[in-house]
Ligand binder design. Structure first.
Ligand code: NAP
Length: 258
């Protein structure tokens, strides 16, 4: 199997990192400039397309139109096009390439590099073994779910942007801990232990307990956690945080329209 990346930025690098140990995949890329990676670079898109069986369009949403115009005259029916591009539907891609080209739309996150992405998957050819093979590969790179495209905007806000929102929360903890006057890297290590411990607590108990029960287990009556959680509820922090997810979702919807 030959995978070709159009664009080799953050997302393509993460996909490559997640897949590089999988046997039987050869990689190459095309971008505006050559990168410092040990992978074949094509400086013409036509050459990348003739090399690849699977073409990953890993450019920013504002650049995908120009790329699809360049792909339009090329023969693509035997290939699979994979697009992680936020807000760009399969119908949008079909406007350029037609509906006979197998197209897979995905929404991964950067944890795909560590095989821990949560990835949404949709395709215009669900019965094609080549598109199903992409779903299988994505399932090796974390959890993959088949989703109607209408769900992509919400999914993008929760799982695509989610790592940044969780880190933004961790950043608040870090700012608070500056009172300890510990070096920044020590603070990061402590926060990492906190988040890994919390994740493990969640992972080990999620089959038997709800999140509410897990929170309750840490909360003693009249204690510190309860005081913090009361503030959380009184000031509707949850509702405000929902606003963050809604803003990201709205932006994804706007990008889909534009
Ligand atoms: N980053 C994430 O966490 C994430 C998560 C889910 C989905 N996505 C989606 O993945 C896509 C890529 O995001 P990214 O973060 O990887 O962006 P990025 O780091 O900015 O990389 C974009 C790449 O596109 C290349 N490019 C732009 N215009 C091009 C052109 N006309 N011809 C050839 N190459 C071109 C750039 O090449 P040069 O470097 O040579 O200029 C660069 O390598 C986006 O559409 C985004 O919605 C990203």
């Amino acid at each position: 199997m030959k995978y070709g990346f159009i664009g080799f930025g953050n997302l393509a690098k993460a996909v490559y990192q997640g897949l590089e140990r999988v046997n039987g995949i050869e990689f190459a890329y095309f971008a505006r400039s050559k990168k410092g990676v040990k992978m074949h670079y094509f400086d013409r898109i036509e050459e990348l397309v003739s090399f690849a069986d699977v073409i990953w369009i890993a450019v920013k949403p504002q650049d995908i139109g120009g790329i699809l115009e360049q792909l339009q005259p090329l023969k693509l029916e035997e290939k699979v096009i994979v697009s992680p591009v936020a807000g760009k539907s399969i119908a949008f891609i079909e406007k350029y390439l037609g509906n006979r080209v197998p197209i897979v739309r995905i929404m991964p996150n950067l944890a795909i590099a560590y095989r821990k992405s949560v990835t949404a998957f949709a395709t215009n050819q669900p019965h094609n073994p080549h598109t199903e093979a992409i779903f299988e590969i994505l399932s090796q790179l974390g959890k993959a779910v088949k989703l109607n495209e209408e769900g992509f905007d919400l999914f993008t806000s929760v799982f695509g942007s989610g790592p940044a929102f969780i880190l933004a929360f961790i950043q608040i903890f870090k700012e608070k801990m500056r009172e300890f006057e510990l070096p920044g890297n020590v603070l990061d290590e402590l926060l990492l232990e906190l988040t890994q411990g919390t994740t493990q607590y969640f992972a080990e108990n999620q089959l038997n307990y709800s999140i509410e029960e897990l929170i309750r287990n840490i909360t003693s009556k009249g204690g510190t956690t309860q005081a913090g959680l009361e503030y959380f509820r009184q000031h509707e922090i949850g509702r405000h945080f929902e606003g963050v997810l809604d803003a990201a979702r709205r932006r994804s919807e706007e990008m889909s329209r534009g």
